[in-house]
Design a protein around this ligand. Structure first.
Ligand code: ADP
Ligand code: MG
Length: 463
């Protein structure tokens, strides 16, 4: 007979494998696993994995460890089955194993299912990085968490996808419940709210009771956190239900927090009465983070995962922060992929910036060759037939100074090295020497067709 795997069993299994590997490996590969079910007679133990890459890796490197741990904790030999499952499939399998095949009313997106009604403990104010882009929204949320329904009500937070709206909502909820477990905090995505409303109003039978239950559920809370309200645009019935929920809670002086991807005035297909209510008190926006905030978010995330912030890692973080600008979810996922890779290769070789870039072809175009001072020097030496050492020497003959100045000029143009750094790379020369070389070559390009052609060819070759 198939049965669920309880938390104690699963935690014991995790603890057992944990002892046999580094903390990073454990967090990367094992923490995200979800136990689905076990069958004692058949001797099988099913575990859900997020993606094929993980499945392959676990099968190849860790299967023995997992089977040993399962068999040890469960007291008999088990064969472990790994299966790639979406968030939705996992939820379905765990929630109602018997009615697995009953078609659900309306497929919910995995985001809505994942978040459902529960407060996610991983989102807190402590791990929310504050920057100029979000400090107002953050301050409002913190004030609300400290004194619900006293300072600001309702609160409306809006901003693009992946900028931390859901994170802030859960942070408020967690904060309030930690301080006072008696407070009834309800988090719900608008998608789930809609789905529940449709479910309750469908079919004549019992629908009164269902509607009443729904009303009771939403109108008796102390804090209502309703996420992504733009979802109810164009859905009149749901809007109406939410309108009454809003009014009741507001009159009872209960805290209401709403998020959206747009300012209320931009929610075109929404009841005017709701639109105006959303703007009764505080409307705060979240903008994309600036570079410094992106770096801070990535460093914090890496540290949380137990990754050593060595020079290579810091450089990789800088590069990712330079490239991924508008969505923190994407920012984090790039870092997660690099960390997963770092863990994977840990035993054999060290992570380098180049290897990390290769893991992120969507961010760093593999066709984009990196042009460095060294590759420039080599190309210039080859073209003018001089020795590499002459790039750094104090030789002042024109056959050498001219190529050297060209190399300095190209380094200045084609890399992001500073003048002093370039000076250092060319035999410890002063930055004014570099500047002089750059000005000289720039002038020659304008007046001397041969030099202009030489430079153009070199640039083409380097690219
Ligand atoms: P939204 O709801 O606005 O689409 P989320 O709240 O889901 O965005 O945030 C996406 C991811 O980025 C989450 O993992 C969240 O923890 C993270 N994140 C967003 N903003 C911050 C921040 N300021 N500091 C740390 N992590 C953040
Ligand atoms: Mg969200």
């Amino acid at each position: 007979m198939k049965q669920r795997i309880d938390n104690t069993t699963w935690n014991s299994i995790l603890n057992d494998v944990r002892g046999t590997m580094t903390e990073i490996s454990y967090k990367t590969w094992f923490l995200p696993l979800k136990p689905i079910e076990m069958d004692k007679e058949a001797g099988t133990f099913l575990i859900a994995v997020q993606d094929q890459m993980r499945l392959n890796l676990l099968t190849e490197h860790y299967m023995d460890k997992i089977e040993d741990a399962v068999s040890k904790v469960c007291g008999s030999k088990f064969h472990v089955l790994l299966k790639v499952m979406s968030e939705r499939e996992i939820n379905d399998a765990l929630r109602n194993p018997k009615q697995k095949d009953t078609p659900s009313l309306k497929p919910l997106s995995s985001d809505a299912l994942k978040q459902e009604f529960f407060l996610n403990p991983k989102y807190s104010f402590d791990n929310f990085i504050v920057g100029p882009n979000n400090n107002y929204a953050h301050a409002v949320c913190l004030a609300v968490a400290e004194t619900p329904a006293k300072v600001y009500n309702p609160v409306f937070i809006y901003g693009g996808s992946g900028l931390g709206k859901t994170h802030l909502m859960h942070a408020i909820g967690n904060f309030i419940q930690q301080k006072d477990p008696n407070m009834k905090v309800l988090y719900v995505s608008s998608e789930m709210f809609t789905s529940e409303f449709i479910e309750a109003t469908r079919g004549a039978k019992q629908s009164n009771e269902k509607i009443n239950n729904l009303k009771k559920k939403y109108r008796t809370v102390d804090v209502l956190l309703i996420d992504d309200i733009q979802f109810i645009e164009g859905k009149e019935g749901t809007q109406n239900e939410f309108f009454h929920t809003f009014n009741t809670l507001y009159e009872l002086e209960k805290q209401i927090i709403i998020t959206s991807d747009r300012h209320p005035s931009k929610l075109t297909d929404l009841d005017e009465r709701l639109k105006s209510r959303f703007q009764w008190n505080i409307v705060a926006d979240i903008q994309p983070p600036d570079y410094e905030t992106r770096v801070a978010i990535l460093r914090n995330k890496a540290e949380q995962q137990g990754v050593d912030l060595d020079d290579v890692m810091l450089k990789i973080i800088d590069l990712i922060a330079e490239k991924v600008k508008f969505n923190i979810r994407n920012l984090e996922s790039a870092l997660t992929r690099v960390i997963a890779y770092k863990v994977l290769i840990n035993k054999d070789k060290a992570l380098t910036v180049e290897l990390a870039k290769q893991q992120l072809p969507d961010i760093f175009d593999p066709r984009e060759v990196t042009i460095t001072c060294e590759t420039i020097k080599q190309a210039v030496c080859k073209k003018f037939n001089v020795k590499l050492a002459d790039m750094e020497s104090s030789n002042r003959k024109r056959e050498v100074t001219h190529p050297r100045q060209i190399a300095m000029y190209l380094t200045r143009e084609m890399t992001d090295m500073s003048l002093p750094k370039i000076g250092q790379s060319f035999g410890g020369r002063d930055h004014t020497t570099v500047l002089h070389a750059c000005d000289k070559i720039a002038g020659e390009i304008k007046t001397n067709a041969t030099v202009a052609e030489e430079i153009k060819q070199l640039m083409d070759d380097l690219k």
